[in-house]
Write a protein that binds this ligand. Structure first.
Ligand SMILES: O=c1ccn([C@H]2C[C@H](O)[C@@H](COP(=O)(O)OP(=O)(O)OP(=O)(O)O)O2)c(=O)[nH]1
Length: 147
């Protein structure tokens, strides 16, 4: 197996590194790094800093996904899930959280707010054609087979 090295810079001492990240599997929890608590009112969203910076090798991306516990217990999820961290991005990873509950939620510093998943990126080219090959489904979709 090829060794993949992800360079990591942290401004958040609380970041806990897993031994390794496996492609497609839950890899690493992300912690909030806000200096003061951030209150999210119902339907409010906020960009939460993490103090985490990555240099992902070309040919890979990292997806940011919400945590199910925050979602079921507090209605807190990511607005843009899955977020994409491009391999050429060198800025701080930030998490867009939204409160979909009817109650206020306070995001404290050093809370686990999301998770990172490593993915391979495939390069595909487009080929312009006049017609697409027929299939059993053809244009059927959006529930055309019933409930
Ligand atoms: O949840 C996210 C999503 C993105 N990013 C960072 C990494 C990513 O590489 C960069 C750009 O993300 P995206 O391509 O989703 O943003 P965009 O809205 O298309 O903006 P841009 O024009 O900067 O590409 O922002 C995050 O920190 N968190």
């Amino acid at each position: 197996m090829n060794k993949v090295i992800i360079k990591l810079k942290k401004e958040n001492e609380n970041i806990k590194l897993p031994k390794y990240m496996t492609e497609g599997a839950a890899g690493m929890d992300v912690y909030s790094n806000n200096s003061v608590p951030i209150t999210l009112k119902p339907l409010e969203r906020a960009l939460i800093p993490t103090g985490l910076y990555l240099e992902i090798p070309y040919g890979y991306e990292i997806q940011v996904r919400p945590r199910s516990g925050l979602a079921i217990k507090h209605g807190i999820t990511m607005l843009n899930t899955p977020g994409t961290i491009d391999s050429d991005y060198r800025g701080e990873i930030k998490i867009i959280l939204i409160n979909l509950s009817n109650d206020e939620y306070i995001i404290n510093p050093q809370e686990r707010i999301a998770q990172l998943v490593l993915q391979k990126v495939y390069k595909a080219e487009f080929k312009i054609v006049e017609a697409l090959e027929e299939s059993k489904r053809n244009s059927g979709g959006f529930g055309h087979t019933g409930k």
